[in-house]
Design a protein around this ligand. Structure first.
Ligand SMILES: *[C@@H]1O[C@H](CO)[C@@H](O)[C@H](O)[C@H]1NC(C)=O
Ligand SMILES: *[C@@H]1O[C@H](CO)[C@@H](O)[C@H](O)[C@H]1NC(C)=O
Ligand SMILES: *[C@@H]1O[C@H](CO)[C@@H](O)[C@H](O)[C@H]1NC(C)=O
Length: 368
């Protein structure tokens, strides 16, 4: 006796994405050495294939539907199989995360790539972004055939860099889209490129004009911004400032803060600076170092008004914990250590400044 045929999806995963190659197979149990020809239906209307396998290169949305098959051999005809439902989903979107997001010299950086919606069978491809906002990616070592693991560790990363990932699977090398770039930021001046901020602060009033200057061996500097919120398309100086020579001038009442850095024509990234904007003109800001402080060095933090008036009777906070409020104007640390790293903010008669990260680097790191 011949049993009812069955439509099987030949894949190790059940979720199929637009653009993938799909093979459906019609399986008939029993029937001995019967030479079958096959008939296929999609949504109950006949479709061309006559072999046991129906292969679709680059599936599209209208390949979704209910598939069934039947076998024929002379006068012998099987029943139609139960319908197999093929659903074709939009291309998956990988999401890359980078940890930590600010570099501590010598530490390794872990990239993790997650495909959304989740599904099986992926290999992961890892890239370094040569430029932010253009598809100029360089495959990272060891990932030309993809990695089975959805994480990748980078050792010895010293400077600001952007990364993207994508996932691929199947013999026809179907790829997801690229992820949005994710960054590991370095606040330390690299040898080839540096960004200086004038005024030399990480907290600025919205009504201030700011100049961001790129220094180093390049004629083609670009200042970029990774916005705190908002659109990834707002990354070029020209959308929120004016590029003159190697400086980006941001006029008063420019948009928002974010992480700023320079890119040279050859794709070198400078140190990064996380600028926070104080919206209120009568608010206060914390004055803290823009660049990492070297272990053992002294550091002074203060709290100021827009007119740069030094405030007294200030409370200073470290990682949201009160650190000092004894009437002194400044928070002085005579020799910083790694444990002083973290978020700082200040408070004066009910007004609170934004908080900013102070990074502390080892003595050897400052000689790189
Ligand atoms: C088959 O039906 C599905 C919905 O059940 C539809 O999405 C698909 O476009 C249909 N395909 C054709 C070729 O009619
Ligand atoms: C600047 O770049 C040029 C061309 O790449 C190179 O020949 C020169 O040595 C560089 N100078 C410095 C100071 O790095
Ligand atoms: C930049 O600083 C703000 C305010 O402290 C913080 O919320 C944000 O996470 C920082 N961004 C990065 C990339 O570290």
């Amino acid at each position: 006796t011949v049993s009812e045929p069955k439509v099987i999806l030949k894949a190790d995963w059940s979720q199929i994405f637009r653009g993938e190659t799909v093979t459906l197979s019609c399986q008939i149990q029993g029937g001995g050495g019967t030479q079958w020809t096959y008939e296929w239906r999609q949504n109950w209307s006949n479709i061309p294939p006559t072999s046991s396998e129906y292969r679709i290169d680059k599936v599209k949305d209208d390949h979704s539907g209910d598939y069934s098959c039947q076998g024929r051999s002379g006068f012998l005809l099987t029943q139609w199989s139960d319908a197999f439902r093929l659903s074709v989903s939009r291309k998956p979107q990988p999401v890359l995360s980078v940890s930590p997001s600010w570099l501590s010299p010598g530490a390794s950086v872990t990239l993790s790539c997650e495909v959304k919606p989740p599904s099986a069978g992926w290999r992961f491809f890892w890239y370094k972004a040569k430029k932010y906002g253009s598809y100029s990616y360089e495959l990272l070592p060891g990932s030309s055939n993809g990695t089975q693991q959805n994480s990748y560790i980078i050792h010895g990363q010293k400077h600001t860099a952007g990364y993207v990932c994508r996932a691929g699977r199947g013999e026809s090398a179907f790829y997801s889209d690229y992820s949005e770039p994710s960054f590991v930021w370095s606040a330390a001046f690299p040898p080839a490129a540096s960004l200086r901020v004038n005024p030399d602060r990480v907290q600025l009033f919205r009504s201030e004009s700011v100049s961001l200057s790129c220094e180093g061996n390049s004629t083609e500097w670009r200042v970029k911004r990774f916005p705190e919120t908002g659109h990834l398309s707002d990354f070029n100086c020209s959308t929120w400032g004016t590029m003159t020579g190697s400086s980006c001038i941001i006029k008063p009442f420019w948009s928002d803060g974010g992480v700023f850095w320079c890119e040279s024509g050859s794709g070198e990234f400078s140190n990064a600076v996380n600028i926070t904007v104080q919206d209120k003109d009568d608010g206060i800001i914390l004055q803290s170092p823009v660049h990492p402080v070297t272990e053992g060095d002294p550091v002074t933090l203060s709290c100021r008004t827009k007119q740069q008036k030094l405030l007294s009777d200030v409370s200073f906070y470290h990682n949201n914990k009160l650190l000092q409020n004894d009437g002194r104007e400044e928070l002085k640390i005579s020799a910083v250590s790694k444990s002083d790293e973290g978020f700082y903010s200040c408070e004066h008669s009910g007004q609170k400044s934004p908080q900013s990260w102070m990074s502390v680097q080892g003595e050897e790191a400052s000689n790189i």
